[in-house]
Structure formats: structure tokens, C-alpha cells
Design a protein around this ligand. Structure first.
Ligand code: B12
Length: 457
């Protein structure tokens, strides 16, 4: 059985790493006796060459999670550091050892990445648990990698895709956290490093968002007990008491989120957690339970304020839902909120901006320091999204793969068509209010808020 080394792509600069959840889940699809190791250069000081010398892999898998920051104010391209890493691996393992790439960043740009990084042999599109295991089997002598669905491969100068692969049945897998050196991520727990996925899929259809492409529109839920087992494991085995639910939206469906928070309470798990929430399905009872179970921050992405822009973005929320979410947070002792809005959308005008700012002022008055964040940002156009199609027609996704930092800002939607609004947005790029990041609140700290940048464009 081949020896498989799984490598997280380097971030290329000093910033908090996140535990390689994708690789831990990926490994769960491999037979229990397959020799497999996970290496993350973002937390491991050993050079990749040394890891290869020690482990002697027959196949190397590389996870390309992030292409760029998707933040206009911090235009940084992780992808620029990806090819050098693949080249180092290629030089070390020689031309015959297959290098397979996967991950969210890869899946969004599959063919383009294959073209830009010729050192890759195979690419796995979307979820890897089943496809990667099949591909490894097919890479054995006599196998037919071209017959495995969900795989990019090279045929001469060409890149061919074998068509959509299968998605995992979540109840049949558990992330192989035993392969991860968890203690290296513990210091970053407050920076969202410890992710726990409770489901896959997203029932929303927000026009700018990649989540439906990446995880499908059908929800696949893990059992709440299994999720809480995972939380408890971090607390018990690693004394990690801060986790992030790495779902696209945690409280959809509401019953699943509720079951998880109830289990956390019943099982007296001492943890603090954060997650993305949808405004529409919140209710007071859930909010109370969530806070009791350790929720320190409800992150909302209403994204727009006017009904016109909400419709443009295909949001399932209306202004009244946004206001209602604020009221629910206010009425729930200990609850903190974080709101993300977009500017630069076609059709937005100063009236809409004024609406967002009034909402900010109102939220600040209502929540005080329990408003932990409020962001106005340009949206990064991602391939395969309705926004991409609307703005660029059936344009090639490759055009959205940046060529380094200097090439990034063109990928953002910044023009509303309203001259005054555009002028204002341009001005705010220089940070009107560079509000400092405060440390996260500690347990028992009544002043729980920590305000991040407003006008974070
Ligand atoms: C939750 C989340 C976060 C959480 C992470 C919490 C945590 N501790 O894990 C937080 C909020 C911290 C976060 C931060 C960031 N994120 Co984020 N995040 C996500 C989200 C919603 C889920 C990621 C996840 O954990 N999925 C669960 C795992 C199991 O799935 P997976 O990683 O995709 O892995 C599967 C497959 O991809 C594949 N696979 C993965 N690796 C490999 C390798 C091989 C060899 C193979 C064969 C297969 C394979 O198999 C796995 C199992 O099926 C995704 C969007 C999405 N729906 O995927 C964005 C996403 C990955 N994030 C994104 C970005 C940009 C970021 C940030 C850079 C934002 C920023 N400026 O800070 C940072 C980077 C953080 C870091 N240090 O890496 C982008 C990346 C796209 C891009 N344009 O670059 C995404 C796609 C969202 C988007 N905008 O579309 N993120």
C-alpha cells in the first residue's frame, strides 16, 4: 500500500494558521492501515525536504485551501507561494512520484491551477474522501486513473477532467485528528484555528458565494453527538476551550444547531465557540441556549441593506430580519454580534450607505461593546458564482486566478455606477477609522466586545 504524505500549502507570511481540517477529513477516506502523514509547513519548522526524507512517500497530496485573502484592504496572494512549494516537492521526490492537489482553492480554479503549475500530476475536484482513495488505488500498477470521476489529469499538453466525483456521506467519516499535531494550533485557538465541521452543504444561494459550488446545495448533517464528541475531545485531550464551527452557516437547519447546543449544555462541555449565523431563522430561545453553551460571537453576513441590493445578492434576509437579529442579540445577555456588509455592488448608492451607517450607529447604541465587529468591504468575485456570471458572462474562471498581489484588486467588484458612492468608497480605502483589534473577551468578562475595523474596505 502506498505511503501518502499530505501537505498543507504554505501561507507564505506570518499569520495565524488553521488546523488542516480538509486534510484530516481527506485522510478519513483512506483505509485505516494506509501509511499516511500530515505535514503543515505553517506550524512545523522542518523543511519539506526533511519530511520527505523521513517519511519516504510514494504519493504526495497538497492541499490548496486559499488562493488569496479575498480582502481588498489586505491584498495578499497565497497562491504565489504554492507553486514554489510544489516545485520543491517535485525536485525532492523526482519525476515519477505522483503529486496530487486538492482543496477549496484548487476546486474553484482546477484547470487553471493545473495549467499554471505543471509539476502537478493529478487534481481532485471538491470533496476528496472517496475520490482520493479511489485515485490512490488507480495509481497502483494496472490501475486506470483516467476512470476515476472527479479527477484532473494531464494528457500531453492538455488538462482533462473526468467529470464530477462523489460527495462524502458524512456519517461514514470522522476527521483523522490523530494525524494532526493539534498542540501546535492550540495557541491560535482564539484566531479561529480549531475548526469543527457539523455539516456540509448550503441551502442559501447568495450570488457572490462559493459555498454551494464547494459543498453542494443538499445538507448532509453529522450527528450532534458526534460533533460534541469532537468538541469534548479538544477540551479533554488538548485543553483547547475555543473552537469555530466551520460550517457555511451554523444555524441552518435550526434544529441541528439547536441539538448541538443542547448537547453541549447537557454534557457540560466547557467551551467557547463562534460560528456564522443566518438572521432569518434565529429565535430567542436558541440564542439563550447558544450563549449558555459557550457561544461568544454570532457572526452575521447580511451583506446589503437596501431591498434592491439584498435581491441583487439573492439573500434570504430582509431589512427587518437584520434588525430583528440585532434585537435578539440585545435581548440575550452575554450575546455578541459581528456584522459584515458589502459595498461597491452595482446599483448601490449613498442612501444605502447611509442606511448601513445608521444601522451601525444603532447597533453600537444597542449593543455597546457587545458589537464585536462591523465591516464594510468590497466583494471578491469568485468563479462559478452567479455574480461572476452576471458581471463577466460565461467568462473563463482562469481570469479570476490572480497573478500575484499587484493583480488582485482587479478581482473585486468596486463600481456601483453611482459617481458619489464610488468616490466615497475610494476614499474609505484609506481607512477612515482604523479601529484597533482588541483581544477577545475572557470568560466572565462582562465587556465582551472587541471592535474590529469599520470601513474595512
Ligand atoms: C470555515 C472557513 C473558514 C474558517 C476556518 C475555521 C477553521 N479553523 O477551520 C475561518 C473563518 C477562520 C476562515 C479563514 C480564512 N478563510 Co475560509 N473558509 C471556510 C469555509 C467556509 C470552510 C472550510 C472548511 O473547513 N471546510 C471543511 C473541510 C473538510 O473541507 P475542505 O477544506 O474543502 O477539504 C475537502 C476538499 O477540499 C478536499 N481537499 C482538501 N485538501 C485536499 C488535498 C488533496 C491532496 C486532495 C486530494 C483533496 C483535498 O478534501 C477535503 C475533504 O472533502 C470555506 C468555504 C467552503 N465551503 O469550503 C472558506 C474558504 C476556504 N476560506 C477562504 C478564505 C479566503 C479564507 C481566509 C484567507 C480569509 C482571510 N482573509 O482571513 C482565511 C484563511 C485562514 C488560514 N489561515 O488558512 C476561501 C478560499 C478561496 C480563495 N479565494 O482564496 C473560501 C473557499 C471561502 C470563499 N471566499 O470562497 N475560513
Amino acid at each position: 500500500m502506498s505511503r501518502v504524505l499530505l501537505v498543507q500549502a504554505p501561507l507564505g507570511r506570518k499569520e495565524p494558521p488553521v488546523l488542516p481540517l480538509g486534510l484530516a477529513w481527506l485522510a478519513s477516506g483512506l483505509p485505516a492501515d494506509q501509511p499516511v502523514a500530515i505535514y503543515d509547513p505553517n506550524v512545523d519548522e522542518r523543511p519539506v525536504e526533511e519530511v520527505i526524507d523521513t517519511f519516504r512517500p510514494d504519493v504526495v497530496g497538497v492541499s490548496l485551501r486559499n488562493i488569496d485573502t479575498t480582502q481588498y484592504k489586505d491584498p495578499y496572494c497565497f497562491f504565489s507561494h504554492f507553486r514554489p512549494m510544489v516545485q520543491r516537492i517535485r525536485r525532492k521526490v523526482g519525476p515519477e512520484t505522483p503529486i496530487v492537489v486538492g482543496g477549496a482553492g484548487f476546486s474553484l480554479f482546477g484547470e487553471a491551477v493545473m495549467r499554471r503549475v505543471p509539476e502537478i500530476h493529478y487534481g481532485v475536484h471538491l470533496e476528496g474522501e472517496l475520490t482520493f482513495a479511489r485515485l490512490l488505488g488507480a495509481l497502483e500498477p494496472g490501475g486506470q486513473p483516467e476512470a476515476v470521476p472527479g479527477v484532473y489529469r494531464r494528457v500531453g499538453e492538455e488538462v482533462r477532467f473526468s467529470g464530477p466525483g462523489p460527495r462524502a456521506v458524512l456519517t461514514e467519516h470522522r476527521p483523522r485528528l490523530d494525524l494532526v499535531d493539534v498542540k501546535r494550533y492550540a495557541p491560535y485557538a482564539k484566531n479561529y484555528a480549531i475548526g469543527i465541521q457539523t455539516k456540509r452543504g448550503c441551502v442559501l444561494a447568495c450570488a457572490y458565494c462559493t459555498y454551494v459550488t464547494l459543498s453542494g446545495s443538499q445538507l448532509r448533517l453529522r450527528s450532534p453527538d458526534e460533533v460534541v464528541d469532537e468538541v469534548e475531545w479538544y477540551v479533554r485531550e488538548h485543553n483547547i476551550t475555543e473552537v469555530f464551527f466551520a460550517d457555511t452557516v451554523f444555524n441552518l437547519p435550526p434544529s441541528h444547531a439547536r441539538a448541538i447546543v443542547e448537547r453541549l449544555i447537557e454534557r457540560k462541555v466547557q467551551v467557547r465557540w463562534r460560528a456564522y449565523h443566518n438572521e432569518r431563522t434565529l429565535d430567542a430561545d436558541y440564542m439563550r441556549l447558544a450563549v449558555e453553551s459557550g457561544c461568544t460571537e454570532f457572526t452575521f453576513s447580511p451583506d446589503a441593506w437596501s431591498q434592491r441590493s439584498l435581491t441583487y445578492l439573492q439573500k434570504n434576509v430582509r431589512q427587518e430580519d437584520i434588525l430583528r437579529s440585532l434585537e435578539l442579540v440585545r435581548a440575550t445577555p452575554g450575546a455578541c454580534a459581528n456584522y459584515n456588509f458589502m459595498i461597491g455592488l452595482p446599483g448601490q448608492d449613498l442612501r444605502e450607505l447611509a442606511g448601513m451607517l445608521r444601522f451601525y450607529a444603532y447597533a453600537r447604541r444597542q449593543l455597546g461593546r457587545r458589537l464585536c465587529g462591523f465591516r464594510l468591504a468590497y466583494v471578491r468575485v469568485e468563479p462559478g458564482t452567479p455574480l461572476h456570471v452576471r458581471l463577466y458572462g460565461q467568462a473563463d474562471p482562469a481570469g479570476l486566478l490572480p497573478d500575484g498581489e499587484q493583480d488582485l484588486r482587479r478581482l473585486f467588484q468596486t463600481r456601483t455606477g453611482d459617481a458619489l458612492m464610488d468616490r466615497f468608497c475610494t476614499l474609505t480605502q484609506v481607512h477612515l477609522w482604523p479601529l484597533s483589534r482588541r483581544p477577545l473577551p475572557q470568560a466572565g468578562d462582562e465587556r465582551r466586545g472587541h471592535l474590529r475595523g469599520v470601513f474595512d474596505v
